[in-house]
Write a protein that binds this ligand. Structure first.
Ligand SMILES: NC(=O)c1ccc[n+]([C@@H]2O[C@H](COP(=O)([O-])OP(=O)(O)OC[C@H]3O[C@@H](n4cnc5c(N)ncnc54)[C@H](O)[C@@H]3O)[C@@H](O)[C@H]2O)c1
Length: 364
C-alpha cells in the first residue's frame, strides 16, 4: 500500500504520525511511505532519518495526499486539508467527531474512510490508542504542578519532596485510572505525600496493592474531597465517566477552603473538567488564577512533549497501520474487531452510533 504522512499543521502540534522506525517496518513489508518534508522535525526526527528508513520525502501536503491511499496523522484534519482528502483515502488519526459538526460534515463530503484512534476499543472496553496520551498527561501533571507551586509563578512556594527536617508537599489525585495512577506514581517518586481517590473500589484495591505506603487511597465523595482540599498543595483532576461530561467534584465555593497558591491541574478539562472553575487553556497561557488558586487546564498536554508523545503514540498505532496496509481496511476490520470499532465514517456515511446520535439534528 501507499502510505502518506503529512506534516501536522494544527496550531502548536509538533507530533508526527509515524517515526522512522515505523517507516522501516512498513517498507520492510514492501509498502511505500511518502512523508512531507520536515514532518518529523518538531518531534526530533529529520528527513534523513526517514530517508534512511526507506521513505520518499515530498515537498508539499498536496503531493503526499495525491501519492497515498492511506493517510496516517495525529490530529484531525483542519480546513486547509479537507480538499486534499479524496474518496479513495483511508484516514487514520484522532478525529473526535462528536465535538465538531464542521469536521464531520467535511469528512462525509470527502467520501473517504475515517478510522478514529480514539474509538479503537478492546473487548474489555479499554481504548488502546488513547492510553499512552493519558499516561503522558498523568506524568506531566506532576511535573507541571510542581513547577506552578513555585512562588514566582504564584504557587504556595512548596517543594513537593520536602527536605530533611521539612515534611513533603501533599498531592490529591482525583480518579485512579490511567491519568491518576501515573500522576500518583510520579508524585510518590518525588517523595510527596499522595492521596488518591476513586469511586471504583477495584481500582483503589489495585492502587493500594502496587503503590508505596505514602500513597493513601480514599473513596471519592464530596465529604472526603472537602476535607482533603484544605491541606493538599497540588490537586490533579483525572476522572472520567465514559461518554459523559466529567463530574464537577470541586465546585467554585470550595476554592476559598484551599490555601492561597494551591495548584489544580485539571487533566480532565478535555471532557469539560472536574473542577467547576476550569476552562481550557493552551501551552502559551497554561494557567489562570481564581480566588488565589492556580488553575492549569491545558487540553492537549502531550503536545508539549512531542518526542515522547510521538514515540508513545506510534508504538500503539503501528500494529494497526500494518494490518490496514497488509490487508486493506475492509479485511483488516473484519479480522480485528478492536480496529473495526475505530470506523467512524465510511464512504460518506457515519457508521459510529454515538456520532450519529450527536449529530442527528445537524446531519439529517
Ligand atoms: N488534558 C490532556 O491533555 C489529556 C490527555 C489525556 C487524557 N486526558 C483526559 O483525562 C481524563 C482521564 O483519563 P483516563 O485515561 O485516566 O481515564 P480512565 O477511565 O482510565 O480513569 C478515570 C477514572 O475516573 C474515575 N472516576 C469516575 N468518577 C469519579 C468520581 N466521582 N470520583 C473519583 N473518581 C472517579 C473512574 O472510576 C476511573 O477510574 C479523561 O477526561 C481524558 O480525556 C486529558
Amino acid at each position: 500500500m501507499k502510505i502518506g504522512i503529512p506534516k501536522e499543521i494544527k496550531n502548536n502540534e509538533s507530533r508526527v504520525g509515524m517515526t522512522p522506525a515505523g517507516v522501516f517496518e512498513l517498507t520492510k513489508n514492501k509498502h511505500t511511505v511518502y512523508i512531507e518534508t520536515n514532518a518529523g522535525f518538531g518531534s526530533g526526527f529529520f528527513d534523513q532519518d526517514y530517508k534512511d528508513a526507506g521513505a520518499v520525502i515530498l515537498n508539499t501536503p498536496s503531493e503526499v495526499y495525491a501519492a497515498a491511499n492511506m493517510i496516517v496523522k495525529v490530529k484531525e484534519p483542519i480546513q486547509a486539508e479537507y480538499n486534499l482528502i479524496k474518496p479513495h483515502h483511508v484516514v487514520f488519526t484522532y478525529f473526535h467527531f462528536a465535538s465538531s459538526s464542521e469536521l464531520t460534515n467535511a469528512m462525509i463530503k470527502t467520501g473517504a474512510v475515517c478510522i478514529a484512534y480514539e474509538t479503537v476499543e478492546s473487548e474489555d472496553g479499554s481504548l488502546p490508542l488513547l492510553t499512552p496520551m493519558s499516561e503522558v498527561a498523568g506524568r506531566m501533571a506532576i511535573q507541571q504542578g510542581a513547577k506552578y507551586l513555585e512562588k514566582p509563578i504564584k504557587g504556595r512556594g512548596v517543594l513537593l519532596g520536602g527536605v530533611p527536617g521539612v515534611p513533603p508537599g501533599r498531592v490529591l489525585v482525583l480518579g485512579a485510572g490511567v491519568v491518576g495512577i501515573q500522576a500518583a506514581k510520579m508524585a510518590a517518586g518525588l517523595g510527596a505525600h499522595v492521596t488518591i481517590m476513586d469511586i471504583n473500589m477495584k481500582q483503589l484495591r489495585y492502587v493500594n496493592d502496587i503503590m508505596p505506603n505514602h500513597v493513601v487511597t480514599e473513596f471519592s465523595s464530596e465529604y472526603n474531597i472537602r476535607k482533603r482540599i484544605t491541606n493538599h498543595d497540588l490537586i490533579v483532576g483525572g476522572v472520567l465517566i465514559k461518554g459523559a461530561k466529567a463530574p464537577k467534584l470541586i465546585t467554585r465555593d470550595m476554592l476559598k477552603d484551599m490555601r492561597p497558591g494551591t495548584v489544580i491541574v485539571d487533566v480532565a478539562v478535555d471532557q469539560g473538567g472536574c473542577v467547576e472553575t476550569s476552562k481550557p487553556t493552551t501551552h502559551e497561557h497554561p494557567t489562570f488564577i481564581i480566588d488565589d488558586v492556580v488553575h492549569y487546564c491545558v487540553a492537549n498536554m502531550p503536545g508539549a512533549v512531542p518526542y515522547t508523545s510521538t514515540l508513545a503514540l506510534t508504538n500503539v498505532t503501528l500494529p494497526y497501520v500494518m494490518k490496514l496496509a497488509n490487508l486493506g481496511w475492509e479485511k483488516a476490520c473484519e479480522k480485528d474487531q478492536t480496529l473495526a470499532k475505530g470506523l467512524n465514517i465510511v464512504n460518506g456515511k457515519i457508521v459510529y452510533k454515538e456520532i450519529e446520535d450527536a449529530f442527528n439534528v445537524v446531519l439529517n
